[in-house]
Design a protein around this ligand. Structure first.
Ligand code: TXA
Ligand code: MG
Length: 305
C-alpha cells in the first residue's frame, strides 16, 4: 500500500481494487500521469475519469456539493456511487482527467485496500476501469493484470470484486434535476428515495461521453434474452436452468441479481475464452440491480450508443 502511494506520488500508474471493478489509477492532479492511463487503455481522449477519494471531506475540496449531494454521500459513501458535480475552482483535478469539462466525477470507494491507498496518498486518484478500451471491466486481480498490468508500477490484489459492476453515476448540477448517467451498484429506487425523480440521460453523448456502443464488448457477438444456446454458442443462464451446460455458466442459479452482477464480467470473459460462435444470455429481470445488468448486456451486444 505504501509502494502504491509512492508510485502515485511519482506520477506512475497503480492497479487498484475497488468493490465495483479494478481501476487503473493515477494522481488526478498530474496530467502526465493521466496521459499514461489513456495510453495504457487505448482510450479516446474525450473520456473523463472518476476522481477517487477517501471520504466526502476530501471530495469537497474538489467539487461543489449541494444538499442533494450531501444526502447521497452521507448515505452511500464509501460505496458504488459516483457524483458528477461542478468543479471547485482550484480543486486540483487536472483538465485532462476531466476531459476539459467544468464538472468532475467523484467517488469514495468502499474496498479496504482502496481506502488504505487513498488515505496514504491523501489526494484524489483518477481511475477508469482497468480494462483496455472496449473490453469488459476486470473484476479479478488476474483479469486486471492481463488487461493493463503491463503499464502499472504497483498492483494490489484485493480478491474478486464484491459488486462486480461499475458504480452508479448521477449528475447533480445547479438548476437541473438529478440525472442517472449510468446505472450501477446503487439502484434507481435507492437514489430516488433521497433526491426525488431521476432523469435518464440515455445516449446523451455530451453529458457522459464514456457511454459508447461496444464499451463492454467481448470478442464473440452477444445475443440477449435467449432461452438457451444454439449449437456452437456459449450460454449464460440465470435462475434455475437445465441449460448450464458442461461449463456451468449460470450467473445466479438461485436468481439473485446481486450474485449475477458480481459474476457478470468474469462470466462474459469465461464464455469468450471458449471461442464460441456467439454468447447467448438468458433474460434477466429489469428491476433493482437488473437495470444495470441489462444496460451492460445491451452495450456488450452493441445495442446502445
Ligand atoms: O466503479 C467504477 O466507477 C469504476 C471503479 C474503478 O471506480 N470506474 C469506472 O470508470 O467505471 P470509467 O472511466 O470506466 O467510467 C467512468 C464513467 C464514464 O462513463 C464517464 O464518461 C463518466 O463516468 N464520467 C466521468 N466524469 C464525468 C463528468 N464530468 N461528466 C459526466 N460523466 C462523467
Ligand atoms: Mg470502464
Amino acid at each position: 500500500m505504501q509502494a502504491a502511494a509512492l508510485a502515485l506520488r511519482q506520477g506512475d500508474l497503480v492497479i487498484l481494487p475497488t468493490e465495483t471493478v479494478y481501476g487503473l489509477g493515477a494522481d488526478a492532479a498530474n496530467p502526465e500521469a493521466i496521459a499514461k492511463i489513456y495510453e495504457a487503455k487505448g482510450r479516446p481522449r474525450f473520456n473523463p475519469l472518476i476522481a477517487h477519494v477517501a471520504d466526502a471531506e476530501t471530495a469537497r475540496r474538489l467539487a461543489l456539493f449541494d444538499g442533494r449531494a450531501d444526502r447521497l454521500a452521507e448515505m452511500f459513501w464509501p460505496g458504488p456511487l459516483t457524483l458528477v458535480l461542478p468543479i471547485r475552482p482550484g480543486g486540483g483535478v487536472c483538465d485532462l482527467a476531466r476531459a476539459g469539462l467544468e464538472t468532475v466525477a467523484v467517488r469514495a470507494p468502499a474496498h479496504a485496500l482502496a481506502q488504505a491507498v487513498l488515505s496514504a496518498f491523501g489526494g484524489a486518484v483518477a481511475a477508469p476501469s482497468a480494462n483496455r478500451s472496449g473490453r469488459p471491466s476486470p473484476t479479478t486481480y488476474g483479469d486486471a493484470m492481463l488487461e493493463t498490468g503491463f503499464a502499472a508500477a504497483a498492483a494490489l490484489d484485493g480478491g474478486a470484486c464484491a459488486v462486480g459492476l461499475e458504480s452508479t453515476v448521477v449528475s447533480l448540477l445547479p438548476g437541473e434535476p438529478p440525472r442517472l448517467l449510468r446505472p450501477g451498484g446503487v439502484t434507481r429506487d435507492q437514489l430516488q428515495a433521497l433526491v426525488g425523480a431521476l432523469e435518464t440521460a440515455e445516449g446523451d453523448a455530451k453529458r457522459s461521453p464514456g457511454r459508447m456502443a461496444l464499451h463492454y464488448a467481448p470478442e464473440a457477438p452477444v445475443r440477449l434474452n435467449r432461452p438457451g444456446p444454439e449449437p456452437g454458442e456459449a450460454f449464460l443462464a440465470f435462475g434455475p436452468s437445465r441449460m448450464d451446460g458442461e461449463h456451468g455458466l449460470n450467473l445466479s442459479p438461485s436468481g439473485d441479481l446481486r450474485e449475477a452482477a458480481a459474476n457478470l464480467f468474469a462470466y462474459l470473459r469465461a464464455a469468450d475464452r471458449l471461442k464460441p460462435t456467439a454468447i447467448a444470455v438468458a433474460p434477466i429481470p429489469k428491476d433493482g440491480l437488473g437495470e444495470a445488468i441489462n444496460d451492460r448486456l445491451a452495450r456488450a451486444a452493441g445495442f446502445i450508443g
